[in-house]
Design a protein around this ligand. Structure first.
Ligand SMILES: Nc1ncnc2c1ncn2[C@@H]1O[C@H](COP(=O)(O)OP(=O)(O)OP(=O)(O)O)[C@@H](O)[C@H]1O
Ligand SMILES: [Mg+2]
Length: 959
């Protein structure tokens, strides 16, 4: 049946072939949607597509929506993820899961008892899309998605996302049964509307096609019979086959007499013929068929046996008999030959009996330890009051569906739960769930919350509801709302509530972001520190992260920030998703301001690992966000831009927090690369209004203006940045370098006096804190506005130890230019060459051009970057690791010595190799020891260049 050639489907198969050819040729991916009534041959086309794909060496993965899985969040997604990963061997699998695809992790741990994080839906959906894209990137892939009308909401949303822009190398072929009541039409419409989606609507078979199909099924057929059959079936292949099956079952000849009978019968369709076939079977067979119909395709034989009240042997015998009668497919797992057959079998069960069977199925599944979502999927079809556990199970499943991103499904289950006798606590859980089900449409206002929570005496429940609301509000940047929800939750939460600490952290974060509450935040900070000291504790990781960022905001020195954030990376694993999100982002911010980029690197790695473990998109994006800034500061601009994709995409989807933070950083990366149009486009994405994020955005606006020689605009932007930051109590000189930049803009405007004063002030403030990049920049500007080379020499010395590579390159360029101007040509040339080499490593075209211009003026020629300055281009971490590798240590040894993972060591080494243009350890040794006679101090080996004395880390060594 399945492998037979399809009749009259040439046009459809040609369209599918075109899509496959495009995918194998490496063009953009395509999607094809097959739509039509039951039995028209959609699944058959999908099977044919799989065969066509495999014949081209394209792998094909098929998954189908299941009617009973409709309300099970990520029912289809789970099966899809498993199929895709099963296809990969161990190493590839691990590699794929390292990226965003790793966000599917929660799906791979069936029955995970942990409460899913509030944003798991988004993370998992994003993970699924990434997983499919990554698989298709490796080798062309065809995804066959059958019965989309039954796919659960969260999985279908991921499919819609895929179809909206199909990744390269992928073909998606989907099938929708038309006219299914309860199909998620809005999502299906978005699928149909996908650009580049080909819609196929297979026609019924012609008279000739019908005759050929009958002949295939029954051998020779009487032409009069074929014609009657064609009219009766309307050319629907399934109906034609059903007629043939029932004739075969009766052993009757396919002649004119049969055609007459058919006219009476076939119009009633499959139901009737299936019922007839079923009744011919022994009672055990009927019971088993009904049990499978109730439980759904793929049900475990044990549960089927229990529901049918038969033993295993009887179930197996019955399954064989059902396969022989064309009801089930042969073998395990137990599946119907066709969904319509399942439907027909269900229709033979009287209504009340069916409801009873569903109730009993729910109990059996619950006893079997099935996830509550599956239990609830049965209960929805059972009569109220059939089972004691029904209310609680529906309440649980409903709330799961909401946090898993399917509020409509959640709402259905919660409303159904209200029909059950509920204990008071469960009733309130349902009520809160119903409020949360609305959060998709926006944050419920205080009154909604008030009204729902007013009469609840269970503080833990109130805390839980408020926690979810507060997080939603936080992601939407509604900080006032966050503070209100947190206070309400905290007022209600019992002392030992697991929600209390996250609520406090959220409130603290939101307060820190809103000027109206800044005073409270400062007060709370003092109270917290005092209480830890009293108890001799260091505080939770989240609290420490928050504290680090607020201390950084008042310009605490780098050493203090390092001490406070030390060890957070190692403790993320045990933290809850929100906690890890906060501790990552706040610690990262504090460390970035402090120019401690190596510590950020370790933190961000740990944060990604944690986000994948949890499947939390918020945590993942937060880590990505931190890495955007990290790469920007490291001078790895192309990577910063690439990394910003996810935060920007989410920004477009309404997560304004991410949008506004990324836009400025991406714009800065473009400015440094000389891509001003791209920078402008990135800035246009942001819309921070008068929120704190604007302070950071204005720095980028100023940088672009200065690069485009609009000093007046730049000046205004830097001052706005400063004003905004002050208003939000951000006083760290390394947060936004607006002070030195404002001095520079004033200088360009010819306001020499003001420029000098501002620059001197910037130097003093930066020195007081000690963040190297900030001190370096201030000194650079001071040198530029005074024409004095001394500050520039000092800037270069400070930046020599800074991981901010572009800043270092800029310092060298400034110094080289100054040296040339005062006639010290012999000094200027090597300085400028080093500047050029570093700037090239960063891809900073304007800086390369500027330094090259100076070098030409100094009569020097440019040399190949790596010949001269390869080793100098290494970051401190790369240098530390390369030194040890050159000295003969293995990667695991280096990892152990430096408290890093082997992966991190490999990564740094690979970068060092790339910068040095080498590919082996032996070459590294040659490069490294070329003229370094001996090791010194704690360094294992010292590079050939730069051979300058080492300095202390902070400004102490430079003051
Ligand atoms: N063009 C065809 N030529 C021959 N046989 C066909 C053709 N189309 C469908 N069939 C057969 O008809 C039966 C029903 O087709 P299929 O299961 O693909 O329908 P469907 O559109 O997927 O229906 P549903 O909406 O119920 O899933 C199958 O046994 C299939 O092999
Ligand atoms: Mg089908």
């Amino acid at each position: 049946m399945a492998t037979q050639e399809l009749l009259e489907r040439e046009a459809e198969l040609a369209a599918i072939t075109r899509a496959l050819d495009a995918a194998t040729a490496g063009d953009e991916g395509h999607s094809v949607l097959v739509e039509g009534p039951a039995g028209i041959g959609k699944s058959a086309l999908l099977r044919a597509a799989a065969t066509l794909a495999r014949a081209r060496g394209v792998s094909a993965v098929t998954v189908a929506g299941l009617e009973l899985e409709r309300d099970v969040p990520f029912g289809l997604g789970t099966r899809l993820a498993q199929e895709l990963l099963d296809d990969l061997d161990g190493g590839d699998r691990d590699a794929v899961l390292q990226g965003p695809a790793g966000l599917v992790a929660p799906l791979l741990r069936p029955g995970d008892p942990g409460r899913p994080p509030v944003d798991r839906d988004l993370g998992v959906g994003q993970g699924l899309r990434a997983l499919v894209a990554e698989r298709a990137r490796r080798t062309p892939l065809t995804l066959l998605l059958d019965d989309l009308q039954w796919v659960d909401g969260p999985s279908l949303r991921a499919v819609v996302g895929l179809a909206a822009s199909v990744p390269r190398g992928l073909v998606v072929v989907g099938a929708i049964r038309a006219g299914d009541p309860g199909a998620p039409e809005d999502l299906l419409d978005r699928l149909r509307a996908g650009t580049g989606t080909t819609l196929l609507r297979p026609d019924p078979l012609t008279q000739d096609g019908t005759a050929r199909l009958l002949a295939r099924e029954l051998g020779s057929v009487d032409p009069a019979f074929a014609e009657a059959c064609g009219r009766a079936s309307g050319g629907n292949p399934l109906l034609v086959e059903e007629v043939a099956a029932s004739l075969r079952a009766q052993g009757a000849p396919a002649d004119a007499a049969a055609a007459f009978a058919l006219r009476e019968r076939a119009l009633e369709g499959v139901r009737r013929t299936v019922a007839v076939r079923l009744h011919r079977l022994p009672v055990a067979g009927q019971d088993v068929a009904r049990a499978v119909a109730v439980l759904g395709d793929g049900a475990s034989p044990e549960v089927v046996a229990a529901l049918a009240e038969r033993d295993r042997r009887e179930v197996e015998d019955a399954a064989d008999a059902l396969a022989a009668a064309d009801v089930l497919l042969p073998g395990a797992p137990l599946r119907f030959r066709h969904a319509l057959v399942a439907d027909a079998v269900r229709a033979t069960i009287p209504d009340l009996a069916r409801a009873r069977l569903h109730a009993r199925a729910a109990q059996l599944l619950a006893r079997d330890g099935a996830p509550v979502d599956r239990v609830a999927a049965q209960l929805v079809h059972a009569s109220p009051g059939a089972w004691d556990g029904a209310g609680a199970a529906l309440a649980d499943a409903g709330r799961n569906a909401i946090v898993a991103g399917d509020p409509p499904a959640g709402r259905r289950m919660l409303e159904r739960a209200l029909d059950e006798p509920l204990e008071e606590r469960d009733r309130w859980r349902v009520q809160i769930g119903l409020v949360l089900a609305r959060t998709d449409e926006g944050i419920p206002g205080e009154e909604d919350l008030d009204e729902t929570l007013r009469d609840i005496r269970d503080g833990e429940l109130v805390a839980e509801g408020c926690h979810a609301l507060a997080l939603r509000a936080y992601l939407q940047g509604a900080y006032g709302e966050v503070v209100r929800a947190c206070e309400r939750g905290l007022a209600a939460a019992p002392d030992d509530s697991p929600h209390a600490e996250p609520l406090r952290d959220l409130r603290y974060a939101a307060r820190s972001f809103s000027p109206a509450h800044a005073q409270d935040a400062a007060q709370e900070r003092a109270v917290r520190v005092a209480s830890w000291r009293e108890r001799g504790e260091r505080g939770s990781v989240a609290a420490r992260g928050l504290l680090a960022s607020t201390l950084a905001a008042i310009a605490a020195p780098p050493t203090e920030i390092l001490a406070l954030t030390d060890g957070i990376a190692d403790q993320l694993e045990d933290a809850d998703p929100m906690v890890s999100m906060f501790s990552t982002s706040f610690s990262a911010i504090a460390l970035l301001w402090s120019d401690e980029l190596d510590a950020v690197e370790a933190l961000v790695d740990a944060a990604f690992a944690q986000a994948r473990r949890l499947g939390s998109l918020t945590a993942f994006t937060t880590a990505a966000q931190a890495r955007v800034i990290l790469r920007l500061r490291q001078g790895r601009f192309a990577e910063a831009i690439a990394e910003s994709r996810l935060p920007r995409e989410l920004g477009g989807a309404g997560w304004v927090l991410y949008r506004d933070w990324s836009a400025g950083r991406v714009a800065q990366a473009h400015v440094r690369r000389g891509e001003y149009a791209e920078a402008r486009a990135a800035l246009a994405e942001a819309d921070p209004g008068e929120r704190m994020e604007r302070g950071f955005l204005e720095e980028a606006i100023g940088d672009l203006a200065l690069a485009e020689d609009r000093p007046q605009d730049a000046y205004a932007a830097y001052l706005t940045a400063g004003r905004m930051l002050e208003r939000w109590n951000v006083h760290h000189p390394g947060a936004v370098l607006w002070r030195p930049q404002a001095a520079l803009a004033a200088h360009r405007l010819g306001r020499a006096q003001e420029a000098r004063e501002r620059a001197a002030e910037a130097v003093a403030i930066a020195r007081a804190n000690g963040a190297r990049h900030a001190v370096g920049r201030a000194l650079r500007v001071l040198g530029a506005v005074t024409g004095d080379p001394a500050p520039l020499e000092e800037a270069v010395a400070v930046l020599r130890d800074s991981p901010s590579l572009w800043e270092r390159a800029g310092g060298l360029a400034d110094l080289g230019a100054a040296q040339r101007r005062v006639g010290r040509i012999a000094l200027a040339r090597p300085t400028l060459r080093e500047a050029i080499a570093l700037a090239e490593t960063c891809g900073a075209a304007p800086l390369v051009a500027q330094a090259a211009g100076e070098l030409a003026a100094a009569g020097g020629r440019r040399s190949r970057a790596r010949e001269l300055d390869g080793l100098a281009a290494l970051t401190p971490s790369e240098r530390r690791i390369a030194a040890r590798a050159a000295a003969g240590r293995s990667n695991p040894e280096i990892a152990a010595e430096l408290f890093l993972t082997t992966k991190t060591v490999e990564w740094h080494l690979a970068n060092a190799y790339r910068k040095l243009g080498i590919s082996s350890r032996r070459a590294l040794r040659r490069e490294w020891f070329a003229d370094v006679p001996s090791a010194d101090g704690d360094e294992v080996a010292r590079p050939r260049a730069p051979s300058r004395p080492r300095r202390g880390r902070g400004p102490a060594g430079t003051a």
